[in-house]
Write a protein that binds this ligand. Structure first.
Ligand SMILES: [Zn+2]
Ligand SMILES: [Zn+2]
Length: 352
């Protein structure tokens, strides 16, 4: 398997927005885009959906909350989802090499006929799935003292009042894990195939972010939408919405799309809300963004440099550079926020 480490550089940012609007300069924050790419991570790699450096002597976490049976017609086993993805990718590759090749083989059809029926619903406790593992040496994120490893797991089901997977965070010092668990328990079924992350390696890239327009002072927001203030820039070079510089700021200049740590909160589904730490009331800040896509047609300046020329077709369903195969509530982000006073305080989940 080709390793993509180091290949995830975004194109040059269009221009320095803080030169044009100096009031933005003090609001600059660094975020680290993860650029997940298909790979075979080990426990020693930073990854999405890869194996975790989990101590052999520590019990694996389970979710015993009630799950929303109404939310899906059929549920699938993780292995069925993997087989389906394998068959879809194989079919796409076959047709790429030979457009006259059969769209589906008898074996693929047989697999699909079996998989589409689904598996029995399961009501017992669900072992959590690894979602991300981040080593501080690879990716910048707020860490409690002594910790240099963040492990994010989730329960691949919808929950009461939360129509998305529920996450659990574990902070560790990697050096203290001497004996590593070699076989984790696997959920018998997942509520949605989009809740099973595809194993990916990361190509971290640091970028500068500015606040979502809804978090800016009114006066600055009005300036950003005033065409005459953009005289030295031609927005048409960077955005399909050339007549609307506010749109250019929102989609291409403030916060980066895709998987990342740090940066600013990606508001969009709702107006900004307070995010006080449940333990100490300090305002929580973005820790990890679990994204449904890496970019969209309006935010092409954020497309990683190698993508347009990457000769390998993405796995089927990997739209807009989304190699993780994760989808949150139909294309949104699940942005985890952590307490800057002590990141081991309870985190906040925000879908935007
Ligand atoms: Zn659960
Ligand atoms: Zn706190």
């Amino acid at each position: 398997m080709r390793r993509f480490r180091g290949a995830g550089r975004a194109r040059q940012r269009p221009f320095d927005i803080a030169t044009l609007f100096p009031q933005l300069a003090p609001l600059a924050r660094t975020s680290t885009r993860l650029h997940p790419r298909p790979g075979s991570p080990t426990v020693h790699d930073s990854s999405v959906g890869g194996p975790l450096l989990w101590p052999a002597g520590e019990p694996w976490p389970y979710c015993d909350e009630p799950h929303d049976r109404q939310a899906s017609q059929t549920v699938h086993s993780p292995d069925d989802v993997r087989l389906l993805r394998h068959d879809l990718a194989a079919a796409e590759e076959r047709l790429r090499l030979d457009p006259e090749a059969p769209e589906v083989t008898p074996e693929e059809r047989e697999n699909w006929e079996r998989i589409k029926v689904g598996r029995p619903w399961f009501d017992g406790p669900i072992p959590l799935l690894p979602v991300a593992q981040l080593y501080a040496r690879d990716v910048a994120f707020p860490c409690p003292p002594e910790a240099d490893l963040l492990q994010v797991l989730w329960c691949p089901f919808d929950h009461a009042e939360r129509a998305h997977p529920t996450t659990a965070l574990f902070w560790r010092s990697a050096a203290t894990v001497t004996e590593v668990l070699d076989a984790r328990p696997e959920p018998p079924v997942v509520q949605s195939q989009w809740y099973l992350p595809e194993p990916c390696l990361l190509s971290p890239e640091q970028v500068t972010e500015y606040p979502n327009p809804s978090e800016l002072p009114k006066e600055l927001r009005a300036q950003l939408e005033d065409m005459s203030r953009w005289a030295s820039i031609d927005p048409a070079l960077y955005s399909d919405y050339a007549y609307d510089p506010g749109e250019l700021y929102l989609n291409n200049l403030c916060h980066a799309p895709g998987w990342k740590t740090g940066g600013w909160t990606c508001w969009g589904l709702s107006d900004p809300v307070e995010r006080p730490c449940p333990d100490c009331a300090t305002d929580e800040v973005p820790l990890l963004t679990i994204a449904s896509s890496e970019w969209d047609s309006g935010s092409k300046t954020w497309v990683a440099e190698e993508e347009p020329t990457n000769p390998a077709p993405p796995p089927l369903g990997a739209r807009d550079g989304n190699f993780t195969q994760i989808d949150i509530v139909g294309g949104y982000n699940l942005q985890l926020h952590a307490c800057p006073a002590d990141p081991s305080h309870p985190h906040i989940e925000l879908v935007q």
